[in-house]
Write a protein that binds this ligand. Structure first.
Ligand code: GLN
Ligand code: ZN
Length: 761
């Protein structure tokens, strides 16, 4: 019985690639240094899989930045603005596309399906001249072979590549990206020939778009593409890999009828319905790569359950055609549990990171072939049992309270217009009130103070004193700038999720559990392992302190339950909705404590609300329903006079505007850096019922200081669409990545612009 891994994290167990990349970008090390780090990482990953006994080991899943950008390089589809003139694509062109350079901005980046990984979006038009311009796939294949490992090279599938592309600037609206298929396939044929010549006997095409709701002409593109490639592929075993969800029945039919394909990979963790499809009919003589080990999470596999699933499939596809695999690339999980020195043994026994998942895959394959490692299985069974029964996981009271929420509605009793009237009497704000989104610059000094406090190098007293000073400064600055609704600046927070997770029960934290987000950027999601509760107030101390420094309203600043959920590794032993309801109750307690402490404006950030949206339309309504319900639960208990803000930092709202309105916040601030009037009209429709809205008036992602006239112009454009009595004036997002030398003049101009227009109204 064989085993396979869809893909593996590239960063290294201690983010070695990140540091090598950043040092290269900073000009502190050479291209050779970077290549050496990368080659060592690849070698150790291949060796690790070979030692574990994995039969189908992937290559070309490494990337210096992103696998979709690698495909763009392979195809020579470099946008003309990067000035590439042909030949093999080197670091210069490659990193310019990824990150921009002194004169040209980067290509667009967007989320990879429903993960927190971001890929570089190909920009294509009718004139793209596709040429085989990066030989990375074959080079990595040869590199592994030289190390004695025969790998299965992985390519982003041609149809997925095109479906994830966008038309280049200036290309006609009617242009169909799929019309480029023949040209793209011509290059794929060259790559395939190269791989064959190098000795490859298998090839893997990642075609995850097959799990989406695809129109029939898109499905047809798969049929056409693989029919066209079939002659080139003959003599090779061809695996089409899908992941992240069920494959819809229609797509399953298309997929399993593809020409020249010998194996199909499915995510059987998220795709439980796919199991039924397979049982309903699987092409004879073909391989099934059964993804039973979760690539999206950090939990140890329930080996007994997986074995049962696999045994159920054996009869359908045949013993020699069943391959044990991961549900997706392991890119989306942490790298190696071995480096977790701070987790206790019990929690550790419940977890498996990428390195441990490889071993699980192999153990399952061995068990299927009658070589069950009894000791390994029984250790796993007792870990599963301990997780089920551990008192650290279950909190009866929380379970009951959360269960009681389901099926009921929670909404503030008064409607938003009446609430805003009541709030205005108390707050007495000018028209076009100014505010910021929460964080102020996080200086080197601030980071040092937090780090030293965490490491017990400075006393709590010293720590509180420093943070207090910082808050006082931030408050003074805002008064000086004459901002209307103030923030405390979040100097005590390292991260908007981790800060809360650390104070809630049911959360655990890793030291090295990094997951690539984009390029060299990684995130370290907390692990939610148990029922969530709030032992004591989390922000009241700092918020009251900040309020004591000013007579102006000070916003309480919280992260919402859906964002905490979506930016954590979540439990797989209960629905996500249940976990979110529990977090909502904890945040509700905090909101009410802030109100009791005299905080009259409370912002509850839901930056990641959209991120958790299921890939398939049929599942989206349910998600939005409980997500929005959870948000409302957090503030259903406050008085009319308490103003609830929420903030979201993406601009793709069009399809979920009704859900956003349904959150029933008093004021919604959003990112609007592209000053998108279409977005505003969407909002106008939505906010007809009267909530306040603050579309960001300048982009905080750039160091550029927006002139007063420019901001005034933006506000005027907004006023053309939105009524003046609901408009707020604020930046796009938090200011924590900016410098004071940027923030001061930018906010000065923002306030000046607001005043200018107030006078004209
Ligand atoms: N309040 C947070 C901040 O200002 C919001 C961050 C976000 O939306 N990502 O930093
Ligand atoms: Zn934001």
């Amino acid at each position: 019985m064989a085993s396979h891994i869809v893909g593996y994290p590239r960063m290294g167990p201690k983010r070695e690639l990140k540091f090598a990349l950043e040092s290269f970008w900073d000009g502190k090390s050479s291209a050779e240094d970077l290549q050496k780090v990368a080659a060592d990482l690849r070698a150790s990953i291949w060796k690790q899989m070979a030692d574990a006994g994995i039969k189908y080991i992937p290559s070309n899943t490494f990337s210096y930045y992103d696998q979709v950008l690698d495909a763009t390089a392979t195809l020579g589809a470099v946008p003309p603005r990067y000035g590439w003139t042909g030949g093999e694509i080197g670091f210069d062109t490659y990193f310019s596309m990824a990150r921009g350079n002194a004169t040209v901005p980067a290509m667009e980046m967007t989320k990879w399906f429903d993960t927190n990984y971001h890929f570089i979006v190909p920009e294509l038009g009718p004139d793209v001249n596709f040429t085989y311009a990066s030989h990375k796939a074959v080079e990595e294949y040869k590199e592994a072979k030289a190390l004695g490992v025969d790998t299965i090279p992985v390519l982003v599938g041609p149809v997925t590549y095109l479906l994830l592309s966008k038309p280049a600037k200036g290309v006609e609206k009617s242009f169909s990206l799929l019309s480029l298929l023949p040209k793209v396939l011509a290059v794929y044929k060259e790559v395939i020939a190269d791989l064959k010549a190098a000795g490859a006997s298998w090839i893997q095409f990642d075609e995850p778009t097959l799990v989406l709701d695809l129109e029939s002409h898109k499905l047809q593109a798969f049929t056409d593409a693989y029919a066209e490639l079939a002659p080139a592929l003959s003599g090779l075993n061809v695996l089409i890999e899908t992941y992240f969800a069920d494959v819809p029945a229609e797509a399953y039919k298309t997929l399993t009828s593809l020409n020249g394909v010998t194996a199909y990979g499915f995510d059987l963790v998220r795709g439980t319905k796919t199991v039924d499809l397979i049982k309903g009919g699987f092409p004879s003589g073909k391989y099934l790569f059964a993804g039973v080990v979760d690539g999206r999470n950090i939990w140890a596999n329930d080996l007994a359950a997986s074995l049962a699933t696999l045994q159920g499939l054996e009869g359908v596809v045949g013993k020699d055609k069943l391959v044990v695999s991961t549900s997706s690339s392991l890119l989306h999980t942490a790298v190696d549990l071995v480096n977790e020195t701070k987790l206790d043994d019990e929690i550790k026994s419940w977890l498996a990171f990428a390195a441990q998942k490889i071993v699980e895959v192999n153990a399952l394959a061995k068990a299927l072939s009658g070589n069950k490692d009894e000791a390994f299985f029984s250790a796993n069974a007792s870990a599963q049992a301990s997780r089920k029964s551990s008192p650290r996981v279950t909190n009866e009271a929380v379970q009951k309270a959360a269960a009681a929420l389901k099926g009921s509605d929670h909404r503030r009793a008064t409607n938003v217009s009446a609430r805003l009237d009541a709030q205005q009497k108390k707050l007495n704000l000018p028209i076009l009130p100014t505010t910021t989104i929460g964080s102020f610059p996080q200086t080197v000094e601030l980071r040092r103070v937090r780090r030293e406090f965490k490491a017990n190098k400075i006393s709590e007293e010293e720590y509180v004193k420093s943070i207090k000073e910082e808050i006082r400064k931030v408050v003074e600055l805002q008064e000086e700038l004459d901002i209307d609704v103030l923030v405390h600046g979040e100097p005590e927070r390292n991260d908007m999720v981790e800060y809360f997770g650390e104070q809630l029960s049911g959360f655990a934290f890793t030291v090295n559990g990094w997951v690539q987000s984009y390029g060299s950027r990684c995130v370290k999601p907390p692990i939610i392992y148990g029922d969530v509760s709030r032992p004591k107030p989390m922000t009241v101390f700092w918020s009251s302190l900040a309020q004591s420094f000013t007579k102006r309203p000070m916003k309480g600043m919280l992260t919402g339950p859906v964002t905490i959920l979506n930016w954590s590794f979540v439990r797989n032993d209960q629905p996500r909705s249940e976990t979110t309801y529990q977090i909502a109750l904890a945040i509700k307690d905090e909101v009410e404590d802030l109100e009791k402490a005299g905080i009259t404006v409370i912002q509850i950030d839901e930056a990641a609300l959209r991120e958790g949206l299921p890939l398939r339309k049929s599942e989206q309504a349910d998600y939005l329903d409980w997500a929005v319900h959870s948000f409302r639960i957090t503030n259903v208990g406050v008085q009319d006079t308490t103003q609830i803000h929420t903030h979201m930092c993406y601009s793709n709202f069009n399809d979920i505007i009704h859900s956003i309105i349904n959150m029933d916040a008093d004021v919604i601030t959003i990112e609007n850096s592209r000053s998108d009037e279409k977005l505003l009209s969407v909002f106008r429709e939505g906010v007809k019922y009267g909530a306040g809205i603050g579309p960001g008036v300048y982009d905080i992602h750039s160091p550029r200081i927006p002139p007063t006239e420019e901001i005034a112009d933006r506000i005027n454009k907004m006023l053309a669409v939105l009524e003046k009595n609901i408009l707020w004036v604020n930046p796009d997002c938090g200011l924590k990545t900016r410098k004071y030398t940027e923030v001061k003049p930018a906010l000065t101009n923002m306030v000046a612009a607001a005043k200018l227009i107030r006078n004209e109204l």
